[in-house]
Ligand binder design. Structure first.
Ligand SMILES: Cc1ncc(COP(=O)(O)O)c(C=O)c1O
Length: 378
């Protein structure tokens, strides 16, 4: 690119673009690094310099950039229709992707609600879980969410409410709904001064106590399964997630697994819940779902939760929530059972590591299972 155009782009960026999570005072004093294109795992700037995309464009490009199958499928879909709403209409790609997601998700998650980002997927989960109990128990006291210190679930106000990173969230506290907060497991610097496994996951005791005392007020426990990413990759000890699931079952609260960061192979299994054979009541996916091509997210849930919303319209059990681009066909597009566009199906097509003979419990199986699928990231 010629020097004059580069200089102009730099100036316009400084003058007009407000970058996320960025102190703009410092940014505007520096020369911005402007990406023009990409090749595989490399980003290429306007001067032709190459950078390894180590952050995979914020944990999304699970297949790298410019994957030929995905490029083709997206442009083919654009030749059909870029967008049609899911309000009152269905679309071919959103149907086919839902089927794929249900096939690869932990068994029992059979219903798919689309949205646009990890934050919206979490908002959807929070609202579904809350409304579920209100309808189930009629004016239920269940109005609070249990979340973990150091958690990050996105930047919309609901997802910030269940977040726990003060640097990001503190200033908004007056705008947020109240939550019940428990310590997050942190084996590397255990605040209890214990070590795993002799600790017998003592860090779960506050959650157990809280649920024992207040479960009748609790809608759901919200967790980033296996690893709290934005907190600095805080890894949960083996068995932790499974015990959280058991506690939710014992005390009658829902489990929301935020797989936005961990989904689609980021922790070794296709979903982090798979490692411990855990089936959450609601599971949020985004990021890797389209391999970084387009913004798409989904909140998956069970027949039990979905069934709680079925009624005559006059009974007012409808889930009144949706985004303009909910289920956008270009994002959900797939081409054929083995050649696909969105990341979940590409993952499916490419993942030879998936044992086809994996025992799969029935769709309405109990909330835990023993067979964790293993598949390596592309
Ligand atoms: C665990 C988790 N949940 C939710 C989000 C929010 O996703 P988005 O930035 O797409 O809104 C993130 C983003 O990093 C995340 O790591």
């Amino acid at each position: 690119m010629d020097a004059e155009r580069i200089r102009r782009l730099e100036q316009i960026d400084r003058d007009h673009v407000w970058h996320p999570f960025t102190q703009m005072k410092g940014w505007m004093d520096e020369k911005p690094l402007i990406i023009e294109r990409a090749d595989g795992n490399w980003l290429i700037d306007v001067e032709g310099k190459r950078y390894l995309d180590g952050v995979s464009s914020l944990w999304v490009t699970v297949h790298g950039h410019r994957v030929p199958e995905i490029d083709t499928a997206v442009s083919e879909q654009l030749g059909r229709v870029a967008h049609s709403t899911l309000l009152g209409l269905a679309s071919v790609p959103s149907i086919e992707l839902a089927e794929r997601l249900v096939r690869i998700a932990p068994p029992g998650l059979t219903r798919v609600f689309y949205s646009d980002s990890g934050s919206t997927a979490v908002e959807v989960a929070l609202k579904i879980a809350y409304q579920f109990w209100q309808q189930q128990l009629g004016g239920s006291r269940k109005k609070r969410f249990v979340c973990f210190e150091n958690a990050y679930h996105g930047d919309t106000l609901g997802s910030v409410s269940v977040g726990g990173i003060d640097l990001f969230h503190q200033v908004y506290r007056p705008l947020l709904f109240e939550t019940l907060r428990v310590p997050s497991p942190y084996c590397y610097r255990c605040p209890l001064g214990k070590s795993y496994p002799s600790c017998e996951t003592a860090c779960l005791e506050p959650l157990e106590r809280m649920l024992a005392e207040q479960a009748d007020e609790v809608v759901a426990v919200v967790i980033e399964p296996q690893v709290q990413g934005a907190a600095g990759m805080l890894i949960q000890p083996a068995g932790f997630l499974k015990r959280v699931r058991e506690l939710c079952d014992r005390f009658g609260v829902l489990l929301i697994a935020d797989e936005v960061a961990t989904g689609f192979g980021r922790t070794g299994t296709l979903f982090a819940c798979d490692r411990e054979g855990v089936v959450p009541d609601l599971m949020c996916v985004a990021k890797g779902i389209t391999g970084g091509y387009l913004p798409l997210a989904a909140t998956l849930t069970t027949e039990r939760v979905f069934g709680g919303f079925l009624a005559e319209f006059r009974d007012k059990r409808t889930f009144f929530h949706g985004h303009t681009y909910t289920g956008n066909p270009s994002r959900a597009r797939r081409r054929s059972p083995t050649s696909t566009c969105s990341s979940a199906p590409v993952w499916w097509a490419r993942s030879t590591a998936r044992p086809s003979s994996s025992p799969r419990p029935s769709r309405r199986s109990p909330s835990t299972r023993t067979s964790a699928r293993s598949a390596s990231a592309a």
